[in-house]
Design a binder for this molecule. Structure first.
Ligand code: MLT
Length: 259
């Protein structure tokens, strides 16, 4: 696996690249980094050029000055900005052919924005445990409250809020190593990156009315016990996409890629 770094504006972004074949980009979720894809990277590098970026502020990628600052309406990182970062990464790697784009949860929110802004860069899509709707007003307010809390008190409140919702009941009871791995991934996230992403997610666009236009071959995957992006909601996304196949993963919660 080769680690690439490139500059974009005020930030430095990192991305892992391994294998050869059709380029496949794995977009991680919140508040994780590319390491959540380790099993998929290992399996898929046999057949694909796997590109696993760290979104700005997460993993080995730096946040830009002001991404998490408070007191102005634009504080936070929009899904459109993460999408532009991804395409800048493809440019830096000189990958010009359309890629298979795979997004997990927040990575899926970013994927929609790549489809909207850079449709010619995409060959096919994989949506894992994600949503197409926007936040309700109470959900957005909850994210702002968590952003403020994390910036003042550190990451533990986020661990306490997220952990019970991430893994299926059986995983929580029988796979302590996975519980530990997920906890460690959340603890590793920087409060600034977490706050920036929470604020960006809170104002992400609703793309539900556009799904019928997203005419790419699509695989839609959902953990059967996902509480954050329930399988019924993902099945409804698959039903509206013109070329989608829906697959439910038994005994998995939200973190289906690990479970
Ligand atoms: C994620 O896994 O990326 C998050 O749960 C997404 C969200 O908070 O909406």
């Amino acid at each position: 696996m080769t680690s690439h770094r490139f500059a974009k504006g005020e930030t430095h972004l990192a991305c892992q690249v391994v294998g050869s074949g059709t380029p496949l980009v794995l977009i991680h979720g919140f508040p994780f980094d590319h390491t959540m894809w380790q099993a998929q990277i290992t399996a898929l590098q046999e057949d694909y050029q796997v590109i696993a970026p760290d979104l700005r502020g997460f993993g080995e990628s730096a946040a830009a000055v002001g991404d998490a600052s408070t007191g102005h309406a634009s504080a936070g990182v929009d899904m459109q900005t993460y999408a532009a970062d991804l395409v800048a990464g493809l440019d830096a790697l000189q990958i010009n052919e359309p890629v298979i784009l795979c997004g997990f949860s927040m990575g899926g929110y970013i994927l929609w924005q790549v489809l909207r802004q850079y449709p010619n860069r995409v060959k096919a899509i994989v949506l894992c445990d994600t949503r197409a709707g926007a936040d309700s007003a109470p959900a957005a307010a909850g994210r702002e409250q968590m952003a403020t809390q994390v910036l003042t008190a550190g990451i533990q409140p986020l661990v306490d809020a997220m952990l019970p919702k991430l893994l299926a009941a059986r995983t929580q009871a029988q796979r302590p190593e996975l519980v530990q791995q997920v906890t460690a991934m959340i603890r590793k996230a920087s409060p600034a990156a977490v706050a920036a992403a929470l604020r960006g997610m809170a104002r992400r666009p609703d793309v539900q009315s556009e799904l019928a236009n997203f005419d790419w071959p699509a695989l839609v995957l959902a953990g059967a016990e996902d509480e954050i992006s329930p399988p019924e909601e993902m099945q409804a996304i698959a039903a509206q996409l013109p070329q989608a196949k829906f697959v439910e993963i038994a005994d998995a919660g939200h973190m289906s890629t690990l479970e």
